[in-house]
Design a protein around this ligand. Structure first.
Ligand code: DGJ
Length: 740
């Protein structure tokens, strides 16, 4: 029918949608420039491959929905069956293509180019609508909607969907893969592999993406890094079970695929009904992983609910755990207020009977023993100290030891056997079970409790937690109900901000991100762990969403002790907060924290809305990352020693993202004291700043030009500066400001 050509921000996509076959993506990658109709026709014509020996007798094309019927023996784009009639040979035909800029709800963003394809298989009585859009930032989104067009007889007419996935071609040179795995407190561990013939598939059956979520599936040219290489990546915007894969077929095609992971029988599409896949978000870059972020972050910001710099949070969890009492919490709020904290978040432990993690989830009433006058006295105190108030909830969960479970055992996902029954009870996890949000009464009850709390109390913020895998029920139904619940709470209380937490970072994806204002990146506040977790989580998610807290000197999750300067430098690059009993902090520490918060507030327009950059280190022990303002006027960088360096004198610090032709003043920013160095003499340029590297550089110093060196952007990016010899687990911060 046509050859649509979409172009934006250095990316282009050409679709061969001529004839009645399922359309073929002829090109997704670097921008091809101006191509007129004749040139596009030639491109599409010349994309038809040879016919290999011992193969089908027509050229094999990899379509948008490849199936066996097309000769594609790789993973199919769609599969399913009609009960009692065996598996279905699905053979779709193109019926219609519509293009243009049309509204798509919240994502009706100016300049977004869209295509809608309608495909039908008359014999199978199915149709598929494929929506494809390219944003002005170069971010591609695709999804399919399958409709069961059989309306004859109810039972026999059902279509049991096996899978419906978005499959995108990548060139053969993209044979190095990067995806992620992880554990509790160790999320987003990168893993690299080389794609040979076959499928590299990552699957989540947690009912949430999980700590080991694949997160991004990146295929790139060998050796790609943060700043170099061609990369193609996909992410599924879905918070339930999912799979993401890369396949290199011996037929000669490489693809990236993603979709919801459906259990057998989980998704029956009734006659006349339809099912839509989650959106697959896909990005190409010719400038490595930073190139992906440079498209994803502005795109996310274009629809984000975040409009203001993120407040400094004080969270009570690692400060007091379940030991809630008004005088202590009031003192904590006061200590935070003196340091400049802006939001006080009362974590787990405030509701009826919740003294530990074994009981009470579901009983979302303020505990009358700990809080005889409700939360009012605490909130009034917090407000009087100048902070707003946030509250922890875990609405999708229920403890068997709760009034809710005793009254409504049928609301517990997977059921609760009678005490006398012989059946094995379903597994608990952190001593809790999952509330069946798909049950209309359970949904209504939890919605009513949340809105009652939000109505009774001036709550600015909910920390919405989710601390176990589902292990029962339909994760599709549960995830869809979760989205409905958050949407309903937000609609009823539009001013309330929400943080998504799932035992730390086990539910960070673009499906949840549409609905929240912050994500809890990880349960670890250990800065050494956090450096890596934040670096890789930040490839997809902009820093203003990524909660990062200053914890106690000895991290509760690792037992590792870190210096204050390293903890402060790490928590600075995100939505910063504190999760430490400040009542026990020394006067000196409180002074340094106060100074840190002052700098954070000054820097957050840069930190929260700038361009994230990460250098490619030749020594993995040394990491340099930063944020550069969009106008390239200012930047903040951190040189981080994760471990002992490889070389006595490390390679120079090269600062990416600066304007080459401009001149910049570079000044160390000392927070929480100087980073520890192990050097007989610092680099000459560093030693001369303010006379000594040990002397803090204040904004006044920087303004007067003291304590700084001035160099061209090209020099800083391409040549760099000798690094101070940081001891392991130290970070040095550098403020970089244009002088002309
Ligand atoms: C797990 C979260 O990740 C923690 O931050 C804390 O909120 C606890 N749950 C509370 O139970």
């Amino acid at each position: 029918m046509s050859i649509p050509y979409l172009r934006a921000a250095g990316t282009s996509l050409v679709l061969d949608a001529r004839g009645t076959g399922v359309p073929v993506i002829v090109h997704w990658g670097a921008d091809l420039g101006d191509l007129n109709g004749a040139m596009l026709t030639t491109l599409a014509d010349t994309s038809v491959p040879a016919i290999a020996p011992s193969s089908i007798d027509v050229p094999l094309r990899l379509t948008l929905l490849p199936t066996l019927a097309q000769g594609w023996s790789g993973r199919p784009g769609i599969s399913g069956f009609r009960p009692g009639r065996g598996s279905l040979a699905i053979d779709l035909r193109l019926v219609n293509v519509r293009s243009g800029e049309r509204p798509m709800g919240r994502f009706a963003l100016p300049g977004t180019q869209t295509l809608t394809l309608l495909l039908e298989d008359a014999a199978a009585q199915l149709s598929v609508r494929t929506e494809l859009e390219l944003s002005v930032q170069g971010v591609l989104r695709l999804r399919h909607t399958v409709r069961n067009r059989n309306t004859t007889a109810a039972g026999a007419a059902a279509f049991e969907l096996g899978s419906l996935d978005v499959i995108l071609p990548v060139p053969g040179r993209a044979r190095e893969l990067l995806d992620f795995t992880g554990l509790w407190t160790h999320e987003r561990r990168p893993q690299r592999s080389t794609l040979g013939h076959g499928v590299w598939s990552r699957e989540s059956r947690h009912g949430r993406p999980g700590h080991d979520d694949s997160y991004l599936m990146v295929a790139g040219t060998p050796g790609f890094g943060f700043r170099s290489g061609e990369v193609w990546c996909t992410h599924l915007a879905w918070s339930g079970d999912k799979r993401a894969w890369a396949e290199n077929s011996a037929l000669g095609f490489s693809v990236l695929g993603s979709g919801e992971l459906l259990a057998p029988g989980e998704l029956g599409v009734a006659a006349g009904e339809s099912y839509s896949t989650p959106w697959t978000v896909a990005v190409y870059s010719d400038a490595g992983l930073d190139g992906l972020s440079s498209r994803l972050h502005p795109w996310i910001r274009s629809w984000s609910t975040i409009r203001t710099p993120r407040p400094v949070v004080l969270n009570t969890w690692e400060a007091v755990y379940f030991e809630h009492d008004l005088p202590t919490l009031a003192r904590l709020a006061d200590a935070g207020a003196h340091a400049g904290v802006e939001r006080f978040v009362l974590d787990d432990g405030w509701f009826t009977g919740r003294r530990d993690d074994r009981r009470a989830l579901g009983d979302w009433f303020v505990d009358p023993v700990t809080w005889p006058s409700g939360l009012h006295p605490l909130i009034e105190h917090v407000h009087a100290a100048g902070l707003d108030f946030g509250l922890w909830v875990e609405p999708e969960m229920v403890s068997l030891d709760s009034e809710m479970a005793r009254a409504h055992p049928d609301w517990v996902l997977g059921g609760v056997p009678e005490p006398s029954a012989t059946e094995t009870p379903a597994l608990t996890w952190r001593f809790q079970r999952v509330l069946d949000l798909g049950h209309p009464d359970a949904f209504a009850w939890v919605f009513a409790r949340l809105t009652a709390l939000l109505t009774e109390y001036p709550i600015a913020y909910l920390k919405w937690d989710h601390n176990r895998d589902l292990l029962a029920g339909s994760t599709h139904r549960q995830t869809a109900a979760l989205y409905r619940l958050i949407d309903a709470v937000r609609a009823a209380h539009p001013g309330v901000e929400i943080e998504s937490c799932a035992s730390g970072g086990a539910r960070i994806d673009l499906g949840i991100l549409e609905r929240v204002d912050r994500v809890w990146t990880s349960d670890t506040n250990d800065p050494l762990e956090r450096q890596e977790i934040q670096r890789y989580t930040g490839v997809l998610i902009p820093p203003e969403y990524l909660g990062g807290h200053l914890g106690a000197a000895t991290a509760h999750t690792t037992g590792r002790t870190s210096e204050l300067s390293f903890r402060l430098a790490t928590a600075l690059f995100g939505a910063a907060g504190i999760e430490w009993n400040l009542i026990s902090a020394s006067a000196e520490e409180l002074g340094q924290i106060t100074e840190w918060i002052t700098h954070y507030k000054r820097l957050r327009p840069l930190l929260h809305f700038g361009v994230v950059v990460r250098a490619d280190p030749s020594d993995p022990a040394l990491v340099l990352h930063g944020v550069v303002s969009r106008d390239q006027n200012s930047a903040l960088f951190a040189q981080v020693a994760l471990a002992a360096p490889r070389d006595a004198v490390p390679e120079r610090m090269r600062f990416p993202g600066l304007a080459p032709e401009r001149r910049y003043r570079v000044a160390p920013l000392l927070l929480g004291g100087s980073p520890r160095t192990i050097q007989d003499t610092p680099p000459a340029w560093y030693a001369t700043l303010s006379g000594s590297a040990e002397t803090p550089t204040t904004p006044a110093d920087a303004a007067s030009g003291r304590g700084s060196v001035t160099l061209a952007g090209a020099v800083l990016t391409l040549v760099g500066l000798p690094a101070p010899l940081l001891a392991p687990e130290q970070a040095a911060l550098f403020a970089v400001d244009a002088v002309d």
